[in-house]
Structures are given as C-alpha cells and as structure tokens.
Write a new protein. Structure first.
Length: 124
C-alpha cells in the first residue's frame, strides 16, 4: 500500500478531509447546475460553496465532512440560484447567481448547522 502524499506540516487527516470536501463539492454539488451552465458559472459555484464549507470546518470544527442532507441542501441552493439567474448564467444572470448562492451559503453556515438548531429555517 502506498502512502498518501504529504503536504509539509499539514496533518494527513486535514489533507484528506479537505480533499474529500473538494471532491464532494465538485462531483456532487456543482453538478446540480443546468447543462447550459458554462465554465465560469461552474468555477464560481465551486469557489463560493467550497469557501463556505471550508469556513464551516475552520469556524465550527466540522470534521465529519458533508453529510447526505448537506449535499442535498447545497444542491438545492445551486438549483435555486441558477433558476433565479435565468438562462444567461455567464453574463446578465451571473451577478444574481453569485449573490443568491453566496447569501444561501452564508445562511447555511450561520444557521442551518448551529448547535441546537433543528435544521433549515421555516417559512418567512
């Protein structure tokens, strides 16, 4: 069995967690984008989502990775943001897509997984 690569002083468990998060975001969450979404939209979604997921790890000490409910929620965020942005995700819809996805992700970080929180918010 070969040893996984080492990255300086980064603990192997940390490297493995971050790699798993990146793979899950790219392979299971961003894939919720519609087929017509271009490279720019896919890159923006990956950056926004992975950035917040890594903040969840850092700020909330979440070392369990993304659970199936998390993946489903994040996929729903991507779908909602893309729907609200319309068909032109790469141009006129891009600011709407990024703003909606960022807002939903910030809310997810602050509220959806807080200790003692029952989960997604109710109706507004």
């Amino acid at each position: 069995m070969t040893q996984p690569p080492r990255f300086g002083r980064i603990p192997p468990d940390t490297a493995q967690l971050v790699a798993g998060l990146a793979q899950t975001v790219a392979g299971q969450v961003v894939t919720a984008l519609p087929n017509h979404a271009g490279h720019g939209t896919r890159a923006a979604a990956t950056e926004i989502i992975l950035g917040i997921v890594l903040r969840d790890w850092r700020e909330n000490e979440n070392v369990s990775g993304l659970l199936p409910d998390d993946v489903a929620d994040l996929r729903s965020f991507v779908q909602l943001a893309a729907t609200l942005a319309g068909n032109d995700l790469e141009n006129q819809g891009a600011p709407v897509f990024r703003a909606v996805l960022t807002g939903l992700m910030e809310d997810w970080l602050a509220n959806w997984n807080a200790p003692g929180d029952p989960g997604p918010p109710g109706k507004y």
